[in-house]
Design a binder for this molecule. Sequence first.
Ligand code: NAD
Ligand code: UGA
Length: 461
Amino acid sequence: LGIRTNRICCIGAGYVGGPTMATIALKCPHLQVDIVDMNEERISRWNSDDLPIYEPGLGEVVKACRGKNLFFSTDVKKGVEEADIIFASVNTPTKTQGVGKGRAADLRFIESVGRTIAQFANRSKIVIEKSTVPIKTAEAIARVLSANEAASGSRKNFWILSNPEFLAEGTAMADLDQPDRVLIGGQDQDAIGVLVDIYANWVPRERILCTNLWSSELSKLVANAFLAQRVSSINSISRLCERTGADVKEVSRAVGADTRIGPKFLNASVGFGGSCFQKDILNLVYICQQFGLEEEGAYWQQVVDMNDHQKVTFTSKIIQALFNTVTKKKIAVFGFAFKKDTGDVRETPALLVCDMLMKDGAIVHVYDPKVAIEDALQEFKYHDLEVNQSQFIFSTSAEEACDGAHAIVVLTEWDEFKKYDYQKFYSKMMKPAFLFDGRNMLDHAGLEKIGFEVHALGKAR
Ligand code: NAD
Ligand code: UGA
């Protein structure tokens, strides 16, 4: 290709850009990795001991590489100029206005990366889509780059690759260290080879899958859709279990023991959350519709609809059990993050559960080991949900949240929730003391022995 391959720049220092590039820096000491972002606060936190995201194991890797071959900066121009390999790891949220509002991906950030590269690139470069994007986005980036090239009369080459990320939050460092697969899509075998060689520093070559650009872009959306579909499927069955006397945990075990199905992602829950499942499925639905595939789009839409339904029915069950009134009742909410081992609250199911409880008059006392109340309030705001702060209180401990509460509602599966002295909590609560386990993670028989009225998911009372 005639380019140097020892300088990498990643545009976007978020949940993906940060851990992914830190891992590349760790595994490839011969490469220099620059991560740039326009968000000054984020970058200054990456350069401090107080990293902007919580991810087990991340701090150690950043500490080992920062200042050696890993650098964080707001200087996007310099980053683009100096690197020959540029990753775009910017956010691709759902559009909130205009055509495709509420479904299509908002590609303004990815397009802005294309324009930034067009503006500052001083020589030929490999441009890699790390963000999750709709199929054919590489074509749009290529057009932005080539149109600007033509206009400036220069003769640089840009090779576009798709390299979607499959890490999950909370286990990102382990996922990056030992990925099930790395996926690389592209049109130019030499450009693909450059990226394969980087990953081959620690990923066995047979796990590095190479495809055409469009298969790679689409596979990312499909992988998330399949994972989310499993959660919605088991959640739909949890309702049937509650009506019939079957136990969803036993059903999951029995079904998952079939090696063709497998045991993972079959935990019934209050609903899936996170920044990606919903947005990626909505995007898939929108793409199907764009191609006139109405039935196919409707099929995937059901996965999101079932998830919304699960959050509503779970919360309705709480209100119903508490004698159809939660007005002025203190409710202890255990966990606000969308899953354990992260402080991320994007699209967390806790948002709708708390909103519904508060609309019914409850005073919600949340305890989460990692979530900051500002982030929770920001997420309500993002969803245009009003919060009366006298009804939404963050407690500094689970015990404090339980003091005088009518119910405990478990919304995140943090390990520490299993270790608590529930006898002590029970003694401080109003009676009857209710416990709603939105993650089916606690010892229900033990809690009942203490005196709790326990409502498990997918199990008749
Ligand atoms: P994020 O919001 O945490 O980070 C994106 C960053 O990009 C932000 O800090 C933002 O300031 C920066 N940015 C946006 N436009 C920029 C520009 N033009 N110049 C410089 N900086 C810019 O997002 P994320 O969670 O890291 O997700 C990034 C992408 O990866 C998304 O497409 C997402 O779907 C995908 N993804 C996310 C996960 C996950 O677990 N969060 C996993 C796999 C894939
Ligand atoms: C998910 C995918 O697992 C990653 O492969 C993907 O890269 C990422 O989305 C992305 O594209 O952003 P993440 O959202 O971080 O990762 O976390 P998951 O572990 O997938 O959990 C998603 C949601 O589903 C959580 O709310 C979790 O609690 C819920 N879930 C998961 C269940 O309710 N039941 C399960 O059995 C599994």
